[in-house]
Unconditional design. Structure first.
Length: 239
């Protein structure tokens, strides 16, 4: 088990005018890398997730200097006439642009590449903007949902030219194993795309074994030094 200090990351609070003054908290885990990985949880997901799984994953990636990792939440929020789905999409787009505009301050590098990891609804939100940012080189979608609308997802994926890695549980209650296959088929221009369906695994990747598989998925997508989907390659996230 990995236990991480509160001093292992920097907290930054940002208010975005374009999101009607919505304040967003970022946890920044700085690594010696020109890549930035953003982790976007599922619907109403907290910044750290269950048993601080996202913080553990961020520290795993940071410790290997794969990328500077940015954590943010995906809590329910509503503003004006915007739906939660609209804000979920706008939020990730604004964060990507903010990090790109402030890359020197955040990473120490003027030019950066983006890696994105989305879980469930967070994956769908990321999918919609993949084609808008050429600096996105890799994306990992875990149990990707279609809650932001398949049409929006299709528009984002059809122009994406980076690498895409998809995984879902065979026993997923909302059947994101089918959504993962749909995402896979929608990608026509990706430089690489991989899909793994995990047996005896539900939507949340419940249990120590599946948690380790989830952790190993991050190495599979972002380091290419992985024996995914073998659980022995992943760190402990939860029981």
């Amino acid at each position: 088990m990995n236990d991480f200090s509160e001093n292992d990351f920097i907290i930054e609070n940002i208010i975005f005018d374009a999101l009607e003054d919505l304040e967003i908290t970022l946890q920044i885990h700085k690594a010696d890398s020109k890549a930035v990985l953003i982790i976007y949880p599922g619907a109403d997901g907290s910044i750290d997730g269950y048993n601080k799984k996202y913080r553990r994953l961020a520290q795993l990636i940071k410790s290997k200097n794969i990328a500077t990792v940015i954590q943010l939440d995906n809590k329910y929020c509503f503003s004006g006439n915007s739906t939660y789905s609209d804000l979920m999409i706008d939020k990730i787009a604004q964060i990507i642009q903010y990090i790109d505009d402030n890359s020197k301050k955040i990473t120490g590098h003027d030019e950066i590449d983006f890696y994105l990891a989305g879980v469930s609804a967070g994956a769908g939100a990321i999918a919609t903007v993949l084609g808008e940012f050429p600096k996105i080189k890799k994306a990992l979608f875990i149990a990707p949902a279609e809650s932001v609308g398949l049409e929006n997802i299709a528009k984002g994926l059809e122009h994406y030219e980076g690498e895409l890695y998809l995984t879902a549980g065979e026993d997923d209650e909302i059947e994101t194993f089918n959504s993962a296959k749909t995402y896979y088929n929608l990608c026509k221009k990706t430089s690489r795309k991989e899909l793994e369906i995990i047996p005896n695994c539900n939507h949340r990747f419940t249990g120590e074994k599946n948690g380790r598989i989830m952790a190993n998925a991050f190495l599979w997508a972002f380091s290419e030094k992985s024996n995914f989907p073998n659980p022995e390659g992943g760190i402990f996230l939860y029981k």
